[in-house]
Design a protein around this ligand. Structure first.
Ligand code: ATP
Ligand code: MG
Length: 140
């Protein structure tokens, strides 16, 4: 299995509850390594651009409001099969469906305020990493 990278966001519901460390610990325990990390306040334009694929979905406006409601921590994670490894430790989008031991089972408040984002493919990981990080900000 190849070592790859994925992109993660610790969402405002988690930073608000001071869970940055607790979420990061679960990522690290799953075998992922944080190779870039910064705490930012996303602008409306950034959130709309980042979630552009969901523009037509009924929850789009609420999602943009939520993602700009407080600071987030954007991270690049590295590990074997990083996209899948991260999706596995995140758990299902809706915490009601998330498996025991996952981040969303432990911490998510709702299907919207679900504590973390993770890329869903290697291609999207590359696009999302480039959206938030310069190459020199990533130190493996
Ligand atoms: P993410 O992309 O954040 O990693 P995901 O891939 O599990 O999560 P998506 O279907 O890509 O889920 O949805 C993106 C985000 O939009 C979700 O994480 C959640 O915050 C929000 N969302 C998804 N479905 C709903 C819904 N039905 N109602 C409200 N918010 C939703
Ligand atoms: Mg998604």
């Amino acid at each position: 299995m190849a070592v790859t990278r994925t992109f993660s966001i610790i969402k405002p519901d988690a930073t608000r509850r001071n869970l940055t460390g607790a979420v990061t610990a679960k990522l690290e325990e799953s075998g992922l390594r944080v190779v870039a990390s910064k705490r930012i306040q996303m602008t409306k334009e950034q959130a709309e651009g980042f979630y552009g694929v969901h523009r037509e979905r009924p929850f789009f406006g609420d999602l943009v409001s939520f993602m700009t409601s407080g600071p987030v921590v954007v991270q690049v994670l590295e590990g074997e099969d990083a996209v899948k490894r991260n999706r596995d430790v995140m758990g299902a989008t809706n915490p009601a469906d998330a498996a025991e031991g996952t981040i969303r089972k432990a911490f998510a408040e709702s299907i919207e305020a679900n504590s973390v984002h993770g890329s869903d493919s290697d291609e999207n990981a590359r696009i999302e990493i480039d959206f938030f990080f310069k190459p020199e900000e990533i130190v493996g």
